[in-house]
Structures are given as C-alpha cells and as structure tokens.
Design a protein around this ligand. Sequence first.
Ligand code: GAR
Length: 191
Amino acid sequence: MSDRNIVVFASGSGSNAEQLIKHFEAVEDISVSAVFCNKPNAYVLERAKKLGVPSEVFDRSSFHDEQFLNRLQKFEADFIVLAGFLWKVPEYLIGAFPDKIINIHPALLPSYGGKGMYGQHVHEAVIANKEPFSGITIHLVNENYDEGRTLFQAKVAVGAEDTPDSLAQKIHQLEHQHFPVVVEDYIRGLR
Ligand code: GAR
C-alpha cells in the first residue's frame, strides 16, 4: 500500500482494471491496493491474482450494508475507481467518498447514459442510431448515475463498417490509453 490507495471495482473482464494496476505499479506514491468484484466468476479476478493484487468478492446485500466500509478500510482506500462496474453505488458509499469515486463510461455522456446503458448495450445503440462519433467519458460519481462532473472525454469516429464489437474495441483502446492517466491527474489535483 502507498500514501494514497485506490480500490478498483469491476464486474467483468477487467481490461481497464489491469491497465490501472500496471500503470500504478510504476507510480511510487499511489497504488491499487485491491480489486473489489460483485461477480464470483469474473475474469478480472484472474487478472488481479496474476498481478498480485488482493481481491474481494461481494454480494448485493453486503454492498448495501454500511459495514462494507470496513472492508474498504482494510485496504486503506482513499479513492474508488469504477472500471466496468455495473451496479449503482449506494448513497452511504458516495457520502463516505465525496468526489473520490471515479467512473468510466463507454460513450459521450450525457448521450447514451442512464439506466440500461452499459457495456455492449451502449455500442449497439450507437450503431443502431448511425452516430458519426462515439467516445469515452471519465467522470465523478454522485447520487445521479452518469451525471457527476466530467473529468475527461475523448471521441472516436464510427464508420459505416463498424459493428458493436469493432466499436467496443476502439473504445477499449481509448479507455486503456487515457483512464489511468486521468485518474492519476485527478488524484494529484490536476483536473
Ligand atoms: C468498459 O468499456 C467500460 O467503459 C464499461 O464497461 C467496459 C468494461 O470493460 N463500463 C460501463 O458500461 C459502465 N456504465 P473491461 O472489463 O474490459 O474493463
């Protein structure tokens, strides 16, 4: 653990979690102290294990119980970074980490945000609507999903030949390139 610790929350494959872990391995005063996951079979747990980062699996009832804060305290969490985490964050947790929870969304918010808009559903909707652009949004989490202050956006062109899968690949590339850097800048007070 470091001067400042990030706990990464993820629900799925965890490619962003992996990029965050690798980025902060090379940063002296900030580290990823744990990966928290709500899906016992998620691939992110394998990635964390391989990278030597401890992980915790939790269910919905423990997530909604304030005792959950003790589990975060065990890893000295200063910041929470949501990297493909698909549950709404309960208010007590937002209250305990004011302006210290960062999310990444695979579209240009406020478009393609809100309930049901996550992961592949976002890319399917963007393609179905023949949008010329999509992108990523990195933002703070407040009580209204997908509506906290935007820290960073990047755009990518959507071509006529793009499918939800090819668009997802482009978006992942953008995420991997920018997410760890934006998180570090924010922690350092630069955004
Ligand atoms: C990412 O594209 C992330 O933006 C998205 O889930 C994917 C997770 O990929 N998050 C959301 O849709 C949140 N609303 P990963 O597991 O490979 O990092």
